[in-house]
Design a binder for this molecule. Structure first.
Ligand code: GDP
Ligand code: MG
Length: 359
């Protein structure tokens, strides 16, 4: 964020400079000069107050980017075996093996391959949560595994497939339940292709893997396919600097307060930082990995559980790092006011106005 001035912000929001200055004073901030650059948090706050929806654009320009693991979501029709497949994949993770199969439920887990590569699986977002996350611009998923039961009829596959397509990320198909006598993976292939999914064996780029979640067959193949897909995508992220992260799942713990499972997209989330999470705020008191082990920081694609928030955020909420508790409070209060305003129609109309700022 290059630091927009209040003059520039007035121009971009169509409001007068004095209106914006009044808002600044109301939130207890002041500028020495109209030409002082605003911090991104203040810019967002002011814009929200005048009904302009701010979207933070993150650029990695000038920063060192390094390869990162792929983040994978499983989708598919109910009963086709998503939960079974995730459980089976979870058991192939080194962490699960070390802990004798007991990992804490974080809504995400990491499978580490012998090669040293790893894959992060999100095991929460159902279609609704996933859509909500995308609506809020939280594109945390790199690849979707579309689970299709090998013994199922035609009709029911379609909606799951369109959901997977709507995710607008590469799809890898897992034809599940291949152990069943009634399984007919060939028929599934033909159906998917006739519905417009460009399968690899027919000249497209969608890989298809036959698996049995119950018998744990084909899991290594599926993991290999995901790694191959990830390789093609050349996934990279900035490691240093403030984190840009998203909430995957949140819950209230009686003793520890609000807990959020988070995935970092870029940068590193560090213990002790002040954060704004959706409309909530807090100071990160503890970061735990998928094993429940305390860790100092979370890097890209590493699922962690964060503790220290003052309220319960929602799946898909963004996590931003701010410089102080006052900033966190202020931005959170501004976002809460903004959420309340969205209820009124006048504001809804005004909210059509959007402002994109680079961070
Ligand atoms: P979800 O609704 O997509 O999460 O599906 P579940 O994982 O709950 O599975 C639905 C049913 O299919 C359960 O009774 C599973 O035991 C069964 N199932 C899942 N995977 C397989 C498989 O590979 N083979 C067989 N035979 N049954 C399976
Ligand atoms: Mg399920």
């Amino acid at each position: 964020f290059e630091g927009m001035t209040i003059v520039e912000l007035a121009k971009r929001t169509g409001e007068s400079i004095s209106t914006l200055q009044d808002i600044l004073i109301n939130v207890g901030e002041k500028l020495d000069s109209e030409f002082d650059p605003l911090s991104i948090d203040i810019a967002e706050l002011i814009a929200m107050e005048v009904g302009v929806n701010v979207r933070r654009l993150h650029s990695n320009e000038g920063a060192e980017v390094l390869p990162r693991p792929a983040v994978v979501t499983v989708m598919g029709h109910v009963d086709h075996g998503k939960t079974s497949l995730l459980d089976a994949l979870r058991q192939t993770s080194v962490a699960a093996k070390e802990a004798g199969g007991i990992t804490q439920h974080l809504g995400a887990f990491v499978v580490s391959m012998p090669s040293g590569a790893s894959i992060t699986f999100l095991d929460t977002p159902g279609h609704a949560a996933f859509s909500a996350m995308r609506r809020r611009g939280a594109a945390v998923t790199d690849i979707v595994v579309l689970v299709v039961a090998a013994d199922d009829g035609v009709m029911r596959k379609l909606s799951a497939m369109s959901h997977a397509k709507a995710a607008d990320v590469p799809i890898v198909v897992a034809i599940n339940k291949c152990d069943k006598p009634a399984a007919d993976p060939e028929r599934v292939r033909v159906q998917l292709a006739s519905e417009g999914l460009p399968l690899e064996e027919m000249g497209g780029d969608v890989q298809v893997v036959e698996v049995s979640a119950v018998n744990k067959v084909g899991l290594d193949k599926l993991e290999e396919s995901l790694l191959l897909q990830a390789e093609l995508m050349d996934l990279k992220a900035r490691i240093d600097g403030p984190a840009q992260a998203y909430v995957v799942e949140a819950r209230l713990d009686r003793g520890r307060g609000p807990l959020a499972t988070a995935i970092v997209k870029a940068g590193t989330l560090v213990c002790g930082q002040h954060v704004v999470v959706g409309a909530e705020w807090g100071r990160i008191r503890a970061i735990r990995d998928t094993m429940g082990k305390l860790t100092e920081g979370a890097r890209p694609a590493m699922p962690v559980e964060i503790e220290g928030l003052r309220g319960l955020p929602m799946a898909g909420d963004d996590i931003i790092v701010v410089e102080s508790e006052e900033r966190a409070r202020m931005l959170s209060a501004g976002r809460k006011r903004n959420l309340r305003k969205i209820g009124s129609r006048r504001w809804m109309r005004r909210r059509q106005r959007k402002l994109q700022i680079h961070q």
